[in-house]
Design a protein around this ligand. Structure first.
Ligand code: MTE
Ligand code: MO
Length: 258
């Protein structure tokens, strides 16, 4: 007997489909909608047959994960984010976090040590003088926050790819997780971590990274939305186990590329 496709009580299937389609990147989304988007199509994409209360949410999650994987496959690690002149820098540069600026963590630079672990040959902690001795470069790029603002800033620091080579990271691993002083965390796919503009940032506008902007070190990723630019990073872990992230675990897309 063929299985019945059930609707979701209290949910208009058309609304559900539209919401699912929102999670697809644009060309596939248009193709999906043109190609007769239906509950059946959602179920097919999600790899499940019956859509009821709980599995509707699972279906949307599955499509979102599919979207993350598709975007990761489409990511071109050789494409550079646009760079800007000094005159384009947004002043004052906005602050953002899940708490007020006064509550930003006050990390002690003297006792700070960046822990590096997981799939790396050299598992050790790095003090600030050691990190500052790495070759550094400056970028003036645009930061885009998912909340609907963007701003151009100037960040200086070491290429994350150089640092990963230095510590003997397994660059065939899938992820790098970044843990922050106040409990925030976010993770990157390895190709994004290796992109030449992905930076371990020590300076903002040529000055030591101020407390609000992530002292003593943030990861600047101009090819990703702002929430994938963790501030006050105290630990880095190279891993094949999906680490998620603070916002990623609340439904924001993990890939979130620009
Ligand atoms: N540790 C930590 N990093 C974080 C956040 C946070 O709350 N805690 N918020 C993220 C978000 S949503 C944005 S937009 C940027 C804001 O960085 P800014 O304060 O330098 O503008 O930091 C990101 N990194
Ligand atoms: Mo953000």
């Amino acid at each position: 007997m063929p299985r019945q496709r059930k609707g979701v009580p209290g949910v208009d299937p058309k609304h559900l489909i539209k919401e699912a389609a929102q999670l697809l990147p644009d060309p596939p989304r248009r193709a999906f909608l043109r190609g007769g988007a239906s509950l059946g199509a959602v179920a097919f994409l999600a790899g499940c047959d019956v859509i009821d209360g709980a599995s509707a949410e699972n279906a949307l999650r599955a499509i979102s994960r599919f979207n993350d994987r598709a975007q990761a496959l489409l990511f071109n690690p050789n494409r550079l984010a646009p760079v800007f002149p000094e005159s384009a820098i947004t002043r004052p540069f906005p602050f953002n976090a899940y708490y007020a600026e006064d509550d930003a963590p006050d990390v002690d630079g003297k006792s700070y040590a960046l822990k590096v672990g997981g799939l790396v040959q050299e598992k050790k902690s790095w003090t600030l003088p050691e990190l500052y001795a790495l070759p550094q470069e400056k970028q003036i790029t645009r930061h885009v926050c998912v909340e609907g603002w963007s701003a151009i800033g100037s960040w200086s620091g070491a290429r994350l790819s150089d640092f990963l080579a230095r510590v003997g990271a397994d660059t065939n691993a899938k992820f790098i997780n970044f843990v922050c002083a106040e409990g925030y965390w976010s993770s990157l796919d390895m190709p994004t971590a290796m992109q030449p503009q992905t930076q371990m940032t020590f300076k903002f506008a040529d000055q030591t990274l101020p407390r609000s902007y992530g002292f003593p070190m943030k990861i600047r990723v101009p090819t990703k939305l702002g929430f994938k630019n963790p501030k006050h990073v105290i630990e880095m872990v190279v891993t094949n186990d999906y680490p998620g992230g603070y916002w990623e675990n609340q439904g924001y897309n993990w890939f979130s590329g620009l």
